[in-house]
Ligand binder design. Structure first.
Ligand code: HEC
Length: 372
């Protein structure tokens, strides 16, 4: 779904044309002075950590821990209940006040599989992708898809168990695609694991706890994993390697719930809406002159009909080179319709004419090369 960027660009263009803009930026809480780590420590931690109980790590012991590990203890580990009422900024302040800047060491080598290759089928035989196998979120899996009958559930035996290092809570739902499991954790570590052995293939450290079910979407012959964390970051990882493709901070709230399924659902809805002929016709009629109505119609219809081509062009980053071609075609079409329009604010033909023929050809052949 996500690979089809072209209609999204188109959709945005249409949304802008008709002023279906985003809602006005919501009012943000004014940024107060950042909390002092020392004050947070004295107020929230010292009562226990200055006492001499052998069960409580002393302040000196905390000072030797990486700040990232202290954050883990606060976000999803032993100190989760203490930190429940603390803001993100307070947690960060006390963690960096107490801890060292050292990176976390990560899981021990013994936790990893000997073969860490992740190869995902475009049509997995077994799959539980995201919150639910269907977009209705019924969380229903058929016997065939599960490879299991309801009356066998009582006879299941534990094959393996995996502990999330330092966490006291496991709250993320795993996504399963054939032999591979992708699961987030309270400490914000996303794990790729072998379903049959419970060993690790790769891990990725997010900025905050990852509670959402991860959604795997096919892209360019591979898969991209989409998920949000509870500090408002949204991520795309290469499923095969765990490499970060991009991340965006979409929400400031301290305890955000973001699901990729909602994103995909919204995208699919917008895609279907935009591509319906009545929508295209309605969009065209919103223009004042026949010329612009025709242009809009042919532009949107051209996009609908030649989507794979535009998809290639965008992926090859050749849209700028190709736009003049489309413009030229459009002006020919609208001209041959014998229409005339008054030049005005709505003039679509602001792009330069295709006078750099070699650039266009080069862009085109590069696009085609990319998509073969
Ligand atoms: C009510 C007492 C209490 C308060 C308040 C408290 N802690 Fe703790 N903390 C403990 C105890 C008890 C342990 C040991 C828990 C264990 O071993 O399971 C601990 C362990 C820890 C650890 C080690 C966790 C690990 O994974 O090894 C860190 C880090 C920590 N506390 C940080 C803090 C910070 C920061 C604060 C203040 C925001 C705080 N604690 C407030 C009682 C407290």
């Amino acid at each position: 779904m996500i690979q089809a960027l072209a209609p999204l660009v188109a959709l945005l263009a249409v949304a802008l044309t008709f002023g279906i803009g985003a809602p006005a930026a919501s009012a943000q809480a004014p940024a107060g002075p950042s909390p002092s780590g020392e004050t947070v420590y004295k107020t929230n931690c010292a009562a226990c950590h200055e006492a001499t109980s052998p069960r409580v790590p002393s302040r000196d012991a905390l000072r030797q821990m990486p700040a990232a590990r202290i954050m883990r203890a606060l976000d999803g580990g032993a100190m989760m209940s203490i930190a429940l009422t603390m803001s993100r900024d307070e947690r960060l302040a006390v963690a960096s006040y107490l801890g060292t800047p050292n990176a976390l060491s990560g899981p021990p080598p013994a936790a990893f599989c000997s073969d860490r290759t992740v190869r995902l089928d475009a049509r997995p035989r077994t799959s539980w992708n995201g919150w639910s196998p269907g977009t209705g979120n019924a969380r229903f899996q058929t016997s065939e898809a599960a490879g299991l009958r309801a009356d066998q559930v009582g006879q299941l035996k534990l094959k393996w168990a995996f502990g999330f290092d330092g966490d006291v809570s496991a709250f993320s739902q795993p996504t399963v695609l054939d032999a591979h499991v992708f699961v987030g954790s309270a400490a914000g570590v996303v794990h790729a694991m072998r379903a049959d052995r419970g060993c690790l293939e790769w891990t990725f450290q997010a900025n905050g706890p990852v509670r959402a079910a991860i959604l795997a979407v096919p892209a360019n012959g591979k898969h991209v994993l989409l998920f949000g964390d509870m500090t408002g970051w949204f991520y795309a990882l290469q499923a095969e390697t765990g490499a970060l493709l991009w991340k965006v901070h979409v929400e400031e709230h301290d305890s955000t719930r973001l699901t990729a399924a909602a994103l995909q659902d919204g995208y699919d809805w917008a895609y279907r809406e935009f591509y319906r002929w009545p929508s295209i016709a309605r969009g065209s009629l919103a223009h004042g002159t026949l010329k612009h109505q025709a242009k809009h119609f042919f532009y949107a219809a051209g996009w609908k009909k030649f989507e794979p081509l535009w998809d290639c062009v965008i992926r090859a980053k050749q849209l700028a080179a190709m736009t003049p071609v489309l413009e030229a075609v459009l002006s020919k079409v609208t001209h041959s319709l014998g229409t005339s329009g008054t030049p005005g604010t709505e003039d679509f033909s602001s792009s330069p004419p295709p006078n750099h023929a070699e650039n266009v050809l080069e862009g085109f052949s590069r696009s085609v090369g990319q998509c073969r």
